[in-house]
Design a protein around this ligand. Sequence first.
Ligand code: FMN
Length: 256
Amino acid sequence: MNVLWISAHPEPRSLNGALRDEGVDALRALGHEVRESDLYAMRWNPVVGHEDYAADPNERFFVGPRSEQAFTEQTLSADIVAEQEKLRWADAVIIQFPLWWYGMPAILKGWFDRVFVKGFGYGTRAADGRVRRYGEGVLEGKRAMVLVTAGGPEPTFGPRGVNGAMDELLFGLQHGALWYTGMSVLPPLAVYGANRVSDDHYAQAVAELRDRLKTWEVTEPLPFRAQHGSDYDEDLVLRPEIAPGVTGLRAHLADG
Ligand SMILES: Cc1cc2nc3c(=O)[nH]c(=O)nc-3n(C[C@H](O)[C@H](O)[C@H](O)COP(=O)(O)O)c2cc1C
């Protein structure tokens, strides 16, 4: 299997750097092909700009009929095309980052902003003309897993913890970007209390990571609801008989 490991940490000698090295080694030992996008090492430019779109620099920012046109390899800058090519190659994608201000580091957010452009991340259509999203799309059939480290202790990310529940903090990434583009999203692996990690804690995190990587092909994905199933009405609002009375982010999980 082909695995793309995307990581966003400025310091290779960090907890994140160590976990990435362990994970990549484990995957290779299991016989998988691994490619990496180490965004800081690549000096990834996270800022969307006119120069991303060679053929018509204004195209991206038009609203109206011209914006219906999807971007192609001829019109996109080479660094974006290279990342899209890695994603097409991959069967599974690991997205690894330290939690910074409740979310992903800007360099990683900017990877999504620039790589998931129209015609790739959004705005593709099925044969019947419907827009493919939430369970359908260019990346359909691939598996994705988030690996996140967080300074706060685990209980602070629980249902009543002060940081908010981790699955809710990850909703934008997991539901809004990964599931949106068609990927099956495996349960995330979070390492809490990551500012001071004892040897035991580190060994436990590595063991859990290795276990996840060993089983990712058979792990049940999060049960996000498909847009084109019967759960949503034509306005993409859950039908009244689906999860009655449940509101908020968890309503979009079939077991929520
Ligand atoms: C800019 C910045 C913002 C951070 N924001 C959070 C946060 O919102 N919640 C949290 O639990 N930890 C936060 N932390 C702590 C990091 O998540 C923690 O230091 C990191 O996961 C440890 O892994 P590392 O040694 O690989 O960097 C933040 C750290 C930095 C530098």
